[in-house]
Design a protein around this ligand. Structure first.
Ligand code: ATP
Ligand code: MG
Ligand code: MG
Ligand code: MG
Length: 491
């Protein structure tokens, strides 16, 4: 192919690095696991690491201090938090839990006009994308946010595109936010029609796999604070993000992200380890046996686990560690139940991911042995329970009569067999069943209560009294009431 992933990535970087008026320095991707930011589960966009600049809080003397522009390719994970794509992965052809986001920035430097111009030039003149396939959106205004339509952005787009292909969209799609708080602003997006020779404007932002969003240009002007209000920032910034895999799919003439060069070796390895037919690219209803959905999900999850663990995350029982454990267990289940692979297959995919991405991300090579070790252990620990769980699901849960998985059965799978609730939910939906989530939550509550009672009983009377005091103290503190030692004297 004329456009291998590595060339697409480096071309993006050199395009912005070599702009005569605003040369963008290359700032390497931050870890996809932001170990230094407890408010963020995973890096969900390239802008995350630049948050201090947007907020005017870059620490003097650091790389960010005085930075005017930047360009890079950011390792992103969207599983949990405001941007959570886990439930789409495998089912569609253009969402991953792990993906690379090509990004370019202006920190109080240039604004909308240049951002749109340079994006257009890169896509059309450098990558050679047919203009007729492109659509641009702009923020159409929002009364509840008290914001007007972004007429400025619209007019800049009209210099390149006819008005039929410049579309106003609502805040859901065209007001970008990284999380519940933080820098944000109206955005303009570029969409691509894979079919061409038609009016595809009604398919933009309509979940159509043939008309996909490729690039988002965010005009950062606000910070959303804890109370939910938007505060104007002292400066205006540009923050752009383009999905590398999506761009590769169209430059390589593929209709699915999973058909691009960087996924091929992972699929080849899976096909070797699977005991079903090779990948056939079927999606949705057409994928009756779920074979291709499983191939896609497992390939995605192998990348996510490899990158996240190489960046220092570990599977765990809560927080981001539990997100990773859930993803790993989903992959293990897809592999063993649908692809009929032997236990242990998942860790065998790690070296292929490292081989494919090691040059661009050397940390994968450095940490490879450790990552394989952790994944092997996790996979092994779950495999025995998995077999029992699948059997239990087939015999006890999906007995041919029940329409819904009871809370009790979901809880048994969770508590005794280590099935995260989202995995049981996924298996239920594959079987055309619903799941009684309220019932499951009640079981969880019941268990908490029982273990609390057991703990109290084990402590004897004095211990019980102390625990009650501790609870009350915590409650008073939550309510903002100061607790002095004296308060223990009164009942
Ligand atoms: P979508 O509407 O397709 O879910 P988005 O609007 O959530 O995408 P942005 O937050 O605007 O995405 O991120 C910028 C770009 O990153 C998108 O235009 C897209 O190319 C890419 N991208 C976003 N989410 C994913 C994902 N889960 N997998 C692959 N690429 C993605
Ligand atoms: Mg999205
Ligand atoms: Mg979108
Ligand atoms: Mg978007």
């Amino acid at each position: 192919t004329a456009w291998p992933t590595s060339k697409i990535r480096s071309t993006f970087i050199s395009h912005f690095a070599s702009l005569p008026t605003s040369p963008h320095p290359f700032i390497p991707s931050s870890p996809c696991v932001p170990l230094n930011d407890p408010t963020l589960l995973f890096a969900n966009a390239g802008m995350n690491q630049f948050k201090p600049i947007f907020l005017g809080r870059a620490i003097p003397g650091t790389t960010l201090d005085g930075l005017k522009n930047a360009v890079n390719s950011q390792k992103c994970i969207r599983a949990g938090g405001k941007h959570n794509d886990l439930e789409d992965v495998g089912k569609d052809t253009y969402h991953h839990t792990f993906f690379e986001m090509l990004g370019s920035w202006s920190f109080g430097d240039y604004f909308k006009e240049e951002a749109i111009k340079w994006a257009w030039e890169l896509l059309v003149d450098v990558y050679g994308i047919e203009e007729e396939r492109l659509y641009a959106t702009y923020f159409g205004g929002d009364e509840s946010l008290g914001l007007e339509a972004d007429i400025e952005a619209r007019d800049f787009w009209l210099q390149y595109l006819p008005k039929e292909r410049v579309l106003a969209c609502d805040a859901k799609d065209n007001f970008w936010e990284m999380g519940d708080t933080g820098p944000c602003g109206p955005c303009s997006e570029i969409h691509y029609d894979r079919i061409g020779n038609r009016d595809a404007s009604s398919l933009v932002n309509a979940d159509d796999p043939d008309v996909i969003e490729i690039w988002n240009l965010v005009f950062i002007q606000f910070n959303r604070d804890e109370s939910g209000s938007l505060n104007l920032l002292p400066q205006k910034h540009v923050d752009t993000g383009m999905g590398l895999e999506r761009l590769c799919s169209l430059l390589q003439g593929k209709t699915s992200n999973y058909d691009i060069d960087s996924f091929r070796p992972i699929f080849a390895k899976m096909e070797e380890l699977a005991n079903v037919e090779p990948y056939g690219g079927l999606v949705g209803e057409a994928d009756k046996t779920l074979r291709d959905t499983a191939y896609r999900a497992v390939a995605d999850h192998a990348r996510t686990l490899t990158f996240a663990l190489a960046d220092g995350a570990v599977p765990d029982n809560d927080g981001r560690g539990y997100v990773l454990r859930r993803i790993l267990r989903r992959a293990t289940r897809y592999g063993q139940q649908i692809l009929k692979a032997e236990p242990g297959f998942f860790s065998k995919l790690i070296p292929v991911v490292v081989e494919t991405f090691g040059e661009a991300y050397p940390e994968l090579i450095e940490n490879q042995a450790n990552v394989i070790e952790i994944v092997k252990e996790e996979e092994q620990a779950f495999s025995t329970m998995l077999e029992r769980g699948i059997k239990y699901f087939e015999e006890e849960v999906n007995d041919g009569k029940a329409k819904s998985v009871t809370g009790e059965k979901a809880f048994f799978l969770y508590d005794t067999l280590g099935f995260p609730i989202d995995l049981t939910e996924l298996m239920a939906s594959e079987a055309g069943m619903s799941l009684d989530m309220d019932g499951f939550n009640a079981e969880m509550e019941g268990q908490k209560q029982r273990s609390r009672e057991a703990r109290l009983a084990a402590k004897g009377l004095v211990g019980q009294r102390l625990e009650l005091i501790a609870e009350q103290t915590a409650w008073l503190a939550d309510e903002g009431i100061a607790v002095t030692d004296d308060s223990y004297k009164y009942d």
